[in-house]
Design a protein around this ligand. Structure first.
Ligand code: GLU
Length: 491
């Protein structure tokens, strides 16, 4: 592939909010497409909306992308040959394009006021005509335009469309699409405040940045005919377009806050592994050839990603599926990585020590590897390891309450745990052998004895394996907790 035809794609967020799930998926598809084709992934910040754009959102978007491991080749903090990468820094480029179009008589000045446009609209509605700008300023002669400009009259610049022009393109996702220019306005390219409109800036930038493929949400389909007309007016090559379907909530309406968290960073805070989240996002609309394969590494995605395998229908965001996928990643993590991921959540546990033995913690967290789907769940589940239980699950109390001599049994086990001569070892298997033997010797069910110990040691009814956790707690803590339980709930 020669350099001139190398794939160049872009993600062009407006910094008016955090990186949301839909934006992240658009970024991801562009990134995967670039990596698949050995191309370039450009990040461009569309910050011309001065009122709504904020630096903090630029930061949030960059942080969100970095968290997902989506790296850009050109863009903020990574200057390339086609910058600047913030639209507000590209004003001279828009101005040059405007001058060129004005010279070629492709643009005209429109002095219609808001009231004039409103009246036009009302009349068209009344006459059941399509609502659009009727082009009345097209015919203003040069002298009048010059006079009105000199007097400082407010105006916009509009693109002069030809009647009956057909605009069609072969969308890489939707197939052939076609629009008639008769349904379009003479679109505004420069607003009365002197700023370029979105449609104009995006075209100038995509041309200037040599973008070959525009991969974006299908909510932009209605902008594409306008943009194509601008490419034509500029005499520039039109890129290929792929309008990918929206992400939907479980009720099949467009994913929004009422369905739950929509910002990528919320998922970080909920304890998702970025690779798992990215893997899940990739499958929101795309499927690899072997669609039984769901856990995909970055490299597997790079090798297989293609727009032709992106569905043309909306993809439903399913939190349960995402949680399942996160759990799959957790299962495969090394003990060290898992501990690193869990440490911020372990630190929230009351009684978590300021200094700790990493190996001991690794052993503890490995007990939970199969029991958590997101990292934050460890806070609620592992508390008993760091502090004696202060509360006991009422269901467990009710159940163990039915075991005759509960307190006496707890005391006997506590005493035996402390007895280094009687119970010489305190390994998992030592504990198991002792407890099963104790149940048999006292005529109790093993399940009842184990359930009682679980409740006394952890306060919970659902925990990792009792013998393992008791071995990790150690003889002294186990003994003390059994005795304390016996004291709290005398028969
Ligand atoms: N700034 C636009 C947006 O955030 C970009 C649209 C495009 O990709 O052309 O929706």
């Amino acid at each position: 592939m020669s350099l001139s035809t190398a794939v160049r794609v872009r993600f062009a967020p407006s910094p008016t909010g955090n990186l949301h799930v839909g934006g992240a998926r658009t970024a991801l598809f562009n990134w995967l497409y670039a990596r698949r084709h050995g191309g370039v992934f450009v990040l461009r910040i569309e910050d011309t909306d001065a009122e709504r754009s904020k630096d903090e959102y630029v930061k949030a978007i960059l942080d969100g992308l970095r968290w997902l491991g989506i790296d850009w080749d050109e863009g903020p903090e990574k200057d390339g040959a086609f910058g600047p990468y913030f639209q507000t820094a590209r004003m001279p480029l828009y101005k040059a394009a405007v001058d060129k179009l004005l010279d070629g008589k492709k643009l005209y000045h429109c002095f219609c006021t808001h009231d004039t446009l409103e009246a036009m609209r009302a009349e068209q509605l009344e006459k059941k005509l399509p609502v659009r700008y009727d082009g009345r300023c097209r015919a203003l002669d040069h002298e009048e335009v010059t006079r009105r400009l000199r007097s400082g009259e407010k105006h916009v610049l509009r693109l002069r469309l030809s009647e009956g022009e057909n605009v069609s393109w072969d969308d890489l996702n939707k197939g052939p699409l076609s629009f008639s220019s008769d349904l379009l306005d003479d679109l505004v390219v420069v607003k009365s405040d002197g700023f370029p409109t979105y449609n104009f800036a995006v075209v100038i930038d995509d041309v200037g940045m040599k973008i070959t493929h525009v991969i974006r949400g299908e909510d932009h389909i209605s902008n594409t005919p306008k943009q194509i007309l601008l490419y034509r007016a500029l005499g520039e090559t039109i890129p290929q377009f792929a309008h990918i379907p929206m992400i939907l909530g479980p009720d099949r309406s467009r994913l929004s806050k009422r369905h739950g968290a929509t910002s990528v960073i919320d998922y970080k805070e909920m304890g998702f592994e970025p690779e798992a989240f990215r893997n899940y996002l990739a499958l929101l609309g795309w499927s690899p050839e072997d669609n039984t394969q769901e856990i995909l590494s970055r490299e597997q995605m790079f090798a297989q990603f293609g727009i032709e395998r992106v569905s043309s229908h909306g993809a439903i965001f399913n939190l349960d599926k995402l949680r399942w996928m996160n759990a799959e990643y957790i299962k495969k993590m090394s003990g060290e990585t898992l501990l690193d991921r869990l440490t911020p959540w372990l630190e929230k546990i009351p009684g978590f020590p300021g200094t700790y033995d990493r190996q001991a913690l690794c052993n503890i967290v490995s007990l939970f590897r199969e029991r958590i789907q997101t990292f934050n769940e460890i806070t609620a589940q592992a508390g008993w390891f760091f502090a004696d239980p202060t509360e006991f699950d009422p269901k467990g109390l009710e159940k163990t309450g039915k075991v005759p001599d509960r307190a006496a049994m707890a005391r006997a086990i506590g005493e035996k745990f402390a007895d280094r001569n009687g119970l010489t070892g305190f390994s998992e298997s030592d504990i198991e052998t002792f407890l099963r033997g104790h149940a048999a010797a006292t005529g109790k069910k093993a399940g009842d004895v184990i359930g009682l110990c679980r409740l006394a040691l952890t306060g919970c009814t659902a925990t990792p394996g009792l013998f393992e956790l008791a071995a990790l707690l150690g003889r002294d803590r186990c003994s003390a907790r059994m005795m304390r339980f016996a004291g709290c709930f005398p028969d």
